[in-house]
Write a protein that binds this ligand. Structure first.
Ligand code: DGI
Length: 138
């Protein structure tokens, strides 16, 4: 069974959307294998998004991700990586399809409610960035 890494971002935790997002995750057949609430430092956010370090939005992105608490999770399902990205919807909530989490809970491209890994290698790296093997209890 495939695993992916997911975040409820600071905009969504601040708006009180955590419970509704977790409910959708379970309704859509994902198993929550690991979950915790964290408050990243700027340095931790920069490490997490290191792949984007040359992008013009890197400073805004890492400031946003360290502006409040996140809920980080490992989700399991057949085809979890693609299935979770489908449930999140397009990066820009204005372009996200009806019924997706970013359409329902995202405000704009900077405050887009959720994160999900984009490939098996990034899922493995991102899971290991936040969780030890002992914390994966699915
Ligand atoms: O995997 P995604 O989160 O859908 O998107 P990504 O990995 O390409 O980018 C990571 C985050 O960076 C994304 O959730 C929001 C932000 N981002 C991506 N592209 C842009 C952006 N922010 C701004 N302001 N402008 C962009 O073009």
């Amino acid at each position: 069974m495939e695993r992916t890494f997911a975040i409820v971002k600071p905009d969504a935790t601040a708006a009180g959307f955590t419970g509704r997002i977790l409910a959708r995750i379970e309704q859509e057949g994902f198993k929550i294998v690991a979950i915790k609430k964290i408050f990243m430092s700027k340095k931790q956010a920069e490490g997490f998004y290191a792949v984007h370090s040359a992008r013009p939005f890197f400073n805004d992105l890492t400031s946003f991700m360290s502006s409040g608490p996140c809920v980080v999770m490992v989700l399991e399902k057949d085809g979890a990586i693609k299935e979770w990205r489908n449930l999140m919807g397009a990066t820009n909530p204005a372009e996200a399809a009806e019924g997706t989490l970013r359409k329902e809970f995202g405000k704009n491209i900077d405050n887009n409610a959720t994160h999900g890994s984009d490939a098996p290698e990034t899922a493995a790296t991102e899971i290991a960035y936040f969780f030890s093997a002992l914390e994966l209890v699915g």
